[in-house]
Design a protein around this ligand. Structure first.
Ligand SMILES: *[C@@H]1O[C@H](CO)[C@@H](O)[C@H](O)[C@H]1NC(C)=O
Ligand SMILES: *[C@@H]1O[C@H](CO)[C@@H](O)[C@H](O)[C@H]1NC(C)=O
Length: 176
C-alpha cells in the first residue's frame, strides 16, 4: 500500500515539475496592424510554441513576430512610436523570429484555405535559449489598412529539464 502511494506521489510530482504550459485563447480585433498577443518565460534548452489561427479574411501579409527581452528587441518596440514596418524590420536578420502566416508556404506556416474560404493556420515552433528569458509574441500585417481580426489559440510549453530550480518557484520568477 505504501509503495503504491509513493508511486503515485512520484508520478504526480513528476507531472507538476516537468510540464509548464500556458494556453491563450481569444479573438483579437483591433484597428492597429501590429498587436501584442502574449509573453512567456522560456527556460533554458527547449520550449515549444504551438499556434492555431483563424483569419478574418482581410489579412494579406499576416506574420507572427517573436521578440525577446534584449534591449534592442522588445523594449525597443514596445512602447515606441515606430511604424509597423520598423517594428518588423528589427527582426529581419533574426533567428526565424518572423513567421509568415501565408497559404503560399503551407509547409512552413501551416496555413490552408478551407472550402468555407476561411484561412486556418496550425503549426508549432521550438525555441532554444541560452538562458531563461522572456519572449513576446506579436501579430502584424503591415499592409493592412483596416487592422486585424484573428481568432487564436496558443500554447507555450517549457520542455522537460533539470528540475531542482523549479521545485519551489514558478517559471516566471526566473525571468527578470
Ligand atoms: C471578423 O471576422 C469574422 C469572420 O472570421 C467576421 O464574422 C466578423 O464580422 C469580423 N469582425 C470584424 C470586426 O471585422
Ligand atoms: C511618441 O510620440 C509622442 C508625441 O510625439 C511622445 O509624447 C511620446 O513620448 C512618444 N513615445 C515614445 C515611447 O517614444
Amino acid at each position: 500500500m505504501f509503495s503504491i502511494l509513493l508511486f503515485f506521489f512520484i508520478i504526480f510530482k513528476f507531472l507538476l515539475i516537468y510540464s509548464e504550459t500556458k494556453i491563450l485563447q481569444g479573438h483579437l480585433v483591433t484597428r492597429e496592424n501590429w498587436a501584442f498577443l502574449a509573453r512567456f518565460c522560456f527556460l533554458t534548452e527547449q520550449g515549444t510554441f504551438r499556434y492555431e489561427f483563424e483569419l478574418g479574411g482581410n489579412e494579406q501579409n499576416l506574420k507572427i513576430l517573436l521578440y525577446y527581452d534584449a534591449p534592442n528587441q522588445w523594449p525597443s518596440v514596445y512602447p515606441s512610436n515606430k511604424t509597423c514596418m520598423e517594428k518588423e524590420a528589427i527582426l529581419w536578420d533574426g533567428i526565424g523570429q518572423i513567421v509568415p502566416l501565408s497559404t503560399s508556404i503551407p509547409e512552413e506556416s501551416g496555413c490552408v484555405q478551407k472550402e468555407d474560404a476561411i484561412i486556418r493556420c496550425s503549426n508549432y515552433r521550438r525555441f532554444r535559449s541560452s538562458r531563461p528569458r522572456w519572449w513576446f509574441i506579436a501579430l502584424a500585417d503591415c499592409s493592412s489598412k483596416t487592422g486585424l481580426n484573428i481568432s487564436y489559440w496558443i500554447s507555450l510549453t517549457n520542455a522537460p529539464h533539470g528540475y531542482f530550480w523549479k521545485e519551489h518557484f514558478s517559471a516566471d520568477e526566473f525571468c527578470k
